[in-house]
Design a binder for this molecule. Structure first.
Ligand code: ATP
Length: 207
């Protein structure tokens, strides 16, 4: 099974890294790929260039064999639609189960994603939640996709919706950018190598 963890990663932080590692172990994934997007469809265009966001991910995972980066969205022009990405990954992995991970904030907007129903043709969707998360009512389509049985995810390569609780650190890239813009120290929220890179390249200082 392969996992995909998409985001803008502007910058990558321990909230992303901890949950990516945890889901890798929890689902016994062969690999988990962090997938930076070039141009989000539903968020503002990231301030930081693609190559710098990619470099920060590479620095963050350089000592962690369990995590990989998939840069295909950065190499594709235009808005990064997840459905295109999943289709392209699916072409490379034939019938392997593919798990698309997203936080509850992203899941809330899933019905606004381009061809959102087709996501389930290429992958399972796994929503990572905090403990005691109160699930909102699902629409009819999503209700039909929902399973409570983790083993279903290995029985078919695509098509299920599953909720998984993970440790979620209360860290956001927005808060980190604000700290730096206000001359505060972001230590312990993201890897030191990434902080050093941010300093050298003077990122987020003029937000
Ligand atoms: P921003 O603050 O710029 O919106 P972010 O910190 O939310 O950024 P993204 O790159 O937008 O990070 O998020 C990528 C994915 O990581 C999303 O699915 C999001 O739900 C998830 N995520 C973000 N922060 C955390 C966290 N602290 N713990 C677990 N998952 C997270």
């Amino acid at each position: 099974m392969i996992g995909i963890y998409g985001g803008t990663f502007d910058p990558i932080h321990f909230g992303h890294l901890r949950s990516a590692l945890e889901v890798k172990e929890c689902f016994c994934l062969d690999e988990i790929r962090l997938l930076p997007c070039a141009q989000p469809a539903l968020k503002e265009y990231p301030n930081t260039t693609s190559d710098k966001r990619l470099k920060m991910i590479e620095l963050a995972i350089q000592d962690q064999e369990s995590l990989r980066v998939d840069s295909r969205e950065l190499n594709r022009p235009g808005i990064s639609y997840m459905v295109d990405t999943l289709r392209s990954i699916r072409n490379e992995i034939s019938n392997t189960s593919l798990l698309l991970f997203m936080g509850t904030d992203a899941f809330k907007e899933i019905t606004s994603w381009q061809q959102w129903q087709s996501l389930f043709d290429y992958a399972h969707v796994i929503v990572i939640t905090r403990p005691n998360y109160q699930q909102q009512p699902l629409n009819e389509f999503l209700t039909l996709k929902l399973t409570q049985n983790k083993e279903d995810l290995t029985k078919k390569p695509t098509g299920f919706l599953f909720f998984q609780t993970v440790t979620q650190l209360d860290i956001s890239a927005t808060a980190i950018r604000e700290l730096i813009a206000n001359n505060k120290n972001p230590a312990y929220l993201l890897p030191k190598q990434v902080i050093d890179y941010i300093k050298v390249h003077k990122l987020y200082t003029d937000n």
